[in-house]
Design a protein around this ligand. Structure first.
Ligand code: 4AD
Ligand code: MG
Length: 480
C-alpha cells in the first residue's frame, strides 16, 4: 500500500479508510499510544497498537525509531486529536539507540545544544517548523517574480570579480599549497591556476544580473553567496542565500516599491500557508521572552508583528534625516550609543535598531547614503554640495533584525562610473564587460539584495541566524 502523509490524514474530514504511514516516533506511552511524525506537518498522528503486541517489538518502539504503521483511520477515542490510526500491523524500519540519542533528554534541549546536533535537530518541532517556513518563503520568492514576468537568472558561483569591492572573498584554486607556481617577484602565478587567473566564490550575483537586465528588463537571482568577513554575530553567515532582482528603467522610488511589495508578499504567503508552524513559533517566542527582563520583551507577538508589517507602509527617510533623528534622540543625549553619530559615517546596528524599534516602530527604508560609504556601482545623486555627495542607495531595516535589504539605482553613466572605479581602485580593464553595458545602450536601472536568512529570521521570530539555515557556515565552523 502506498504511504499516506500524516498531514493529509489530519486534513481529511473522512474516517474509516485504510492507510500506511511511515515516520519517526515522538513518544510512546502505556505500551499502546505512539505519537508519529513524518515532517509533513507540525502535528503528530496517534497510532494505537494492539494490546497483545509482542514484548520484543514493544522494546523497539522508542523515541526516534523509524516505523511503518498499517491500519485504519478512525475517529479518536481519546482527547487531544480528531482522528487516530488503529494499527493492524507495525514494522520497525530502524531502531533508535536510546541511551545515545541526544533528543532523548528530559528537559527541552537548548538551541545552542541543538546547533551542535544540527544533523538531528530537524526532528524537533521548532526546526521542523522553521524549515517548512523557509521552504515556503523560497517558493514564494519564485512565485512573486514569476507572476511579474521576471526571468530567474543563474549567476556564477565562481567569479573573478569582487562585486561589492569589500575584499571579503574566499579564494577558489586547485594550485598546490606546498609548491605553488611563482612569478619572478615571488608572488603566486595565477596564470597556472585552473581558470588561468585568480578566482573566488561570489559575494553577489548583481553585476551579472545587471548584464541580463539590459536585455531581459526584469531578472532576479536566488542563490548562495559567500563572504569571508570575520563577523561572529547573530546576523552574519559566511555562506548565505541572497535574492537579487535587477530591473531596467527602474528608479530608486520604483526599487523601493518593489522591495516593499516583495517583503509583504513573502510575509502574507507564510501567514497563509504556514499558520500552524507560525503559531507554534509564536508560542516558542513567548516562552523565550519570559526569560528576559520585562522592559526588554517585545510588545507584540510574532503573528501580530507580521500582520502589523503588512498593514503599514514602510517609513522612508534619507540618510541625512536618519542622522538628524539619531543626533536629536534621547538615547544619544543620554550617551547610550557606543558608536559616534556624524554625517558621513555608516550607521551601526545600534543606530539602525534605534530607528526601527524605538523611533518608528516599523520597517524603515533609509536612502541616499554618502557616496563614500557605499559600493562603486551606486548612482551618484544629482546636485549634491561638494563634500556632501550622496548615492541613490536604499537599505531596508527591519525590527529585531536591522538591515534586511541593501540596494540602489545603478550608475548608468559611463564617465561617472569610470571615474568612480578609478577613485576606488577597481580594475576597469578586467571589468570591461560591466562597462560595456554602459557603452552599448545604457539605461537607468535599479535592484536590491534581500538576505534570505535574515528574512527567515524575521518571519520565524528566531534570533540567531544559525538556526534558520540547515548547516550554518561561520568563522571556525563548517561541521556537517
Ligand atoms: O547589502 P549587501 O551587501 O548588498 C549586495 O550584495 C548588493 N549586491 C545587492 C544588490 O543590490 N543586488 O547585501 C544584501 C543583503 C543585506 O541587506 C543582508 O540582508 C544580507 O544580504 N547579507 C547577509 N546575510 C547574512 N550573512 C551575511 N554575512 C550577510 N551580508 C549581507
Ligand atoms: Mg548592505
Amino acid at each position: 500500500m502506498t504511504r499516506t502523509k500524516i498531514k493529509d490524514i489530519l486534513q481529511n474530514e473522512s474516517v474509516d479508510y485504510a492507510v500506511t504511514v511511515k515516520g519517526w516516533v515522538r513518544s510512546f506511552r502505556n505500551n499502546q499510544f505512539i505519537a508519529l511524525n513524518d515532517g509533513s506537518s507540525l502535528d503528530n498522528i496517534q497510532a494505537v497498537i494492539a494490546l497483545d503486541t509482542d514484548e520484543s517489538v514493544l522494546k523497539k518502539i522508542s523515541n526516534g525509531a523509524a516505523i511503518s504503521v498499517q491500519g485504519t483511520v478512525i475517529a479518536s477515542q481519546g482527547k487531544g486529536q480528531r482522528v487516530e490510526i488503529k494499527a493492524d500491523a507495525l514494522e520497525i524500519l530502524g531502531e533508535c539507540a536510546g541511551d545515545e540519542y541526544p533528543l532523548q533528554l528530559k528537559n527541552r534541549p537548548s538551541l545552542e545544544f541543538l546547533r551542535e546536533k544540527a544533523h538531528l535537530r530537524f526532528r524537533t518541532n521548532t526546526f521542523g517548523a522553521i524549515f517548512r517556513v523557509r521552504h515556503s518563503l523560497a517558493f514564494a520568492i519564485h512565485e512573486f517574480f514569476h507572476k511579474r514576468g521576471f526571468v530567474y537568472l543563474h549567476t556564477p558561483i565562481i567569479t573573478a570579480s569582487d562585486a561589492e569591492g569589500a575584499g571579503e572573498m574566499f579564494r577558489v584554486t586547485n594550485l598546490s599549497f606546498d609548491n605553488p607556481p611563482r612569478n619572478e617577484d615571488n608572488t603566486i602565478d595565477f596564470r597556472e591556476d585552473f581558470f588561468g587567473r585568480s578566482t573566488n566564490l561570489t559575494v553577489s550575483g548583481q553585476l551579472e544580473a545587471e548584464l541580463a537586465a539590459m536585455a531581459l528588463s526584469e531578472v532576479y537571482t536566488f542563490g548562495p553567496t559567500f563572504r569571508a568577513e570575520n563577523s561572529n554575530t547573530t546576523r552574519h553567515l559566511a555562506e548565505f542565500w541572497m535574492v537579487e532582482p535587477e530591473v531596467a528603467f527602474n528608479t530608486l522610488k520604483e526599487n523601493m516599491d518593489l522591495a516593499e511589495d516583495f517583503i509583504k508578499y513573502l510575509i502574507r504567503f507564510a501567514l497563509e500557508h504556514n499558520r500552524a508552524d507560525l503559531e507554534f513559533l509564536a508560542n516558542r517566542l513567548v516562552e523565550e521572552e519570559k526569560q528576559k527582563p520585562q522592559n526588554e520583551r517585545s510588545e507584540m507577538g510574532l503573528i501580530e508583528k507580521l500582520e502589523f508589517v503588512l498593514q503599514h507602509d514602510f517609513e522612508r527617510i534619507t540618510y541625512t534625516e536618519a542622522i538628524d533623528i539619531l543626533l536629536q534622540s534621547p538615547a544619544n543625549k543620554k550617551k547610550k550609543f557606543e558608536y559616534e553619530i556624524s554625517w558621513g559615517t555608516d550607521l551601526q546596528s545600534e543606530h539602525e535598531r534605534y530607528l526601527v524599534e524605538k523611533h518608528f516602530k516599523k520597517p524603515v527604508i533609509v536612502t541616499n547614503y554618502p557616496k563614500n560609504i557605499k559600493s562603486f556601482y551606486m548612482r551618484e545623486d544629482d546636485g549634491c554640495a561638494a563634500g556632501k555627495e550622496t548615492v541613490a542607495a536604499m537599505d531596508i531595516l527591519a525590527p529585531g533584525i536591522g538591515e534586511i535589504v541593501g540596494g540602489s539605482q545603478r550608475e548608468e553613466r559611463l564617465d561617472k562610473l569610470q571615474e568612480r572605479m578609478k577613485e576606488m581602485h577597481i580594475p576597469a580593464e578586467e571589468m570591461y564587460w560591466y562597462l560595456d553595458t554602459r557603452r552599448f545602450g545604457t539605461a537607468p536601472h535599479a535592484g536590491f539584495g534581500l538576505g534570505f536568512e535574515r528574512m527567515v529570521l524575521f518571519v520565524t521570530g528566531m534570533t540567531n541566524i544559525r538556526d534558520v539555515i540547515p548547516f550554518p557556515r561561520t568563522p571556525k565552523n563548517a561541521d556537517f
